[in-house]
Write a protein that binds this ligand. Structure first.
Ligand code: SDX
Length: 434
C-alpha cells in the first residue's frame, strides 16, 4: 500500500512539508512526528498523551469506542471464560497460547520461584502495622532489586525471562504478607499442589495452624479477576514501568515504580475509592445527591469507577466482573446492599445527559470492589490485588521494550518560564529599615 503522508505548512517560505503516517495492524494510524523537530525544530504538544502513541506494541489492543480489549488478538471475554491467569500471563509474555508441555514448564517455574527470601520477610517489620499494603508492596518489590541485581544480566534474554518469572511468582506472597503482617498473623507459605490463585487465597486467608480449603467458586472468581487486570495497553502504570525500564533500570525497581503509579485513585486506586464512595452513598435514596455532586464543576467529587481515558463505551471487563460478583454473592448466600447501590447508580448515570454526553461508563474498578469484598478482602487490599494481576502485563511490556531500541524515554516540554536573566551582583542598596 502506498505510503501515506500528513501534509502541512510551517511557513510560506518553506512551503508544504509532509510527515509519514505509520499503520498498525489494528486501530488508528500514527503520524511519525520525529522529523518535526529534527527538520523543523518543532515539538508536538500533547499533555496527558491523549493523542500520542509512545511506542509500538503487540501485546494488547483496545478499541475504546467499540469497547474491545484483545490480548495478543484474543478477546478478554473469551480468555476470562475459557482460560486461566497463568496461561494468560504466558500469552502476554511470549505472544502465543502455550501447549500443555509449555504451560506445565511455565507453571513449574512459577512454583520454583514463589517463595520470598527469608530476609525479605523481615523487611515487613520495618513498616507500621497500619501501613497501606500498596506502600508495603512498593517498598518490598523495590527492595528485591537488592537481591536480584548482580545475578542478572538484562542484556541476556534468558536472564530477562527469569526475572519476569520471578516477579510473577513472588507477587502473591508479597501481597499476602502485606496483609497478614498488618493483622499480626504468621505468613503461610505457598503450597506446590495448589494453582496460582488458590495459593494466593490460602496465603491471604489461611492460618498457619489449620488446613485451608479454597472454595472452587471463589478460586475461579479470583482467577478471573487476575486475568481481567493482567494488562491494558499503555496505561499510566505500564507507561511508568516502560519509562523506568528505558534507562536500563533493574526490573524489580521498574515494577516498584509501576506499583506506585497504580496506587493513585485516578488509576488502580479507584477500586478502593469506589467502595468508599458506595459506602458513603449507603442507599439508593442518596444516589441523586452523589450524581449531582459528580456533575457540579465546583465540587471535586467524581463517580469513582466511572469514565476512562480510552473507553468511550462499556469497559468489557466491568461486565465480566459484575457477573462474577453476582455469582459469588449468590454462592455464599449473601446480599450486599452496595451491589444494589452500584447497579442503580449505573442505571441512573447512564440515563443522565452529563454522563452520556461525556461517554462516561463503568470501568474495571466499578464492580471489582463489590466482588473482592464478597470474597472477604479488606478494602485496602483491593489495589494490591490489581497489582498482583497487572504484574503479568508489566513484565510483558518490560520484556517487549528490551527488544526495541528507541533508547531512553525522554519527553520534551513547552517552556513557559522566565527568559534569560542574570544574578544581581551589584551591591544591593539597603534602604533603611522602616
Ligand atoms: C483504570 O488507562 C487505563 O487503561 C487504566 C485502567 C487499566 O486497566 O490500567 O483501565 C484502570 O485506571 C480505570 C480508571 C479508574 N479511575 C477511576 O474510576 C477514577 C474516576 N474516573 C476519572 O477520574 C476519569 O474518568 C479518568 C481519570 C479515568 C479519565 O480521565 P480523563 O480521560 O482525563 O477524562 P477527563 O478528566 O478529561 O474528563 C472528561 C470530562 C470532564 O468533564 P468536562 O471538563 O468535559 O465538563 O468528564 C468528566 C470530567 O469532569 N469526568 C467525570 C468523571 N470522569 C470524567 N465526571 C464525574 N465523574 C467521573 N468519574
Amino acid at each position: 500500500m502506498a505510503q501515506k503522508y500528513l501534509n502541512f505548512t510551517v511557513s510560506e517560505s518553506e512551503g508544504e512539508q509532509s510527515l509519514p503516517i505509520l499503520d498498525g495492524t489494528l486501530g488508528p494510524s500514527a503520524v511519525d512526528v520525529q522529523p518535526l523537530y529534527n527538520k523543523h525544530g518543532l515539538f508536538t504538544f500533547d499533555p496527558g498523551f491523549r493523542a500520542t502513541a509512545s511506542t509500538k506494541s503487540a501485546i494488547t489492543f483496545i478499541d475504546g469506542d467499540a469497547g474491545i480489549l484483545l490480548h495478543r488478538g484474543y478477546p478478554i471475554e473469551e480468555l476470562a471464560e475459557h482460560s486461566h491467569f497463568t496461561e494468560v500471563a504466558y500469552l502476554l509474555m511470549f505472544g502465543e497460547l502455550p501447549d500443555a508441555a509449555e504451560l506445565a514448564k511455565f507453571e513449574a517455574s512459577l512454583n520454583m520461584h514463589n517463595l520470598l527470601h527469608e530476609q525479605v520477610l523481615s523487611f515487613y517489620r520495618g513498616f507500621r502495622r497500619d501501613a497501606h499494603p500498596m506502600a508495603v508492596m512498593v517498598g518490598v518489590v523495590g527492595a528485591l532489586s537488592a537481591f536480584y541485581h548482580d545475578v542478572m544480566d538484562i542484556q541476556n534474554p534468558a536472564d530477562r525471562v527469569h526475572a519476569a518469572i520471578r516477579l510473577i511468582a513472588k507477587m502473591p506472597m508479597i501481597a499476602a504478607a502485606s496483609y497478614t503482617y498488618s493483622i499480626g498473623r504468621p505468613q503461610r507459605y505457598p503450597l506446590g499442589k495448589l494453582d496460582y490463585s488458590s495459593n494466593f487465597l490460602q496465603m491471604m486467608f489461611g492460618r498457619p495452624t489449620d488446613e485451608y480449603q479454597v472454595d472452587p467458586v471463589l478460586g475461579r472468581a479470583f482467577d478471573v479477576i487476575l486475568m481481567l487486570h493482567a494488562d491494558h495497553e499503555q496505561n499510566a502504570s505500564t507507561s511508568t514501568v516502560r519509562m523506568a525500564a528505558s534507562s536500563g533500570a533493574n526490573p524489580f525497581a521498574c515494577i516498584a515504580a509501576g506499583i506506585a503509579s497504580l496506587w493513585g485513585p485516578a488509576h488502580g486506586g479507584a477500586n478502593e475509592a469506589v467502595l468508599k464512595m458506595l459506602t458513603e452513598i449507603g442507599s439508593v435514596e442518596n444516589i441523586p445527591r452523589a450524581i449531582a455532586r459528580a456533575k457540579d464543576k465546583n465540587d471535586s467529587y467524581r463517580l469513582m469507577g466511572f469514565g476512562h481515558r480510552v473507553y468511550r463505551n462499556f469497559d468489557p471487563r466491568s461486565r465480566v466482573i459484575q457477573a462474577q460478583a453476582k455469582k459469588v454473592l449468590a454462592h455464599i448466600g449473601k446480599d450486599d446492599p452496595l451491589l444494589e447501590v452500584a447497579v442503580r447508580l449505573e442505571e441512573i448515570a447512564l440515563k443522565d445527559d452529563y454522563f452520556v454526553e461525556r461517554k462516561l461508563y463503568p470501568n474495571v474498578d466499578f464492580y471489582s470492589g463489590i466482588l473482592l469484598r464478597a470474597m472477604g478482602f479488606p478494602t485496602n487490599m483491593f489495589t494490591a490485588v490489581f497489582a498482583l494481576g497487572r504484574t503479568a502485563g508489566w513484565v510483558s511490556h518490560w520484556l517487549e521494550l528490551q527488544q526495541e531500541s528507541h533508547g531512553i524515554d525522554r519527553p520534551r516540554q513547552l517552556y513557559v518560564g522566565k527568559t534569560l536573566r542574570h544574578y544581581p551582583t551589584a551591591p544591593v542598596r539597603r534602604t533603611a529599615s522602616k
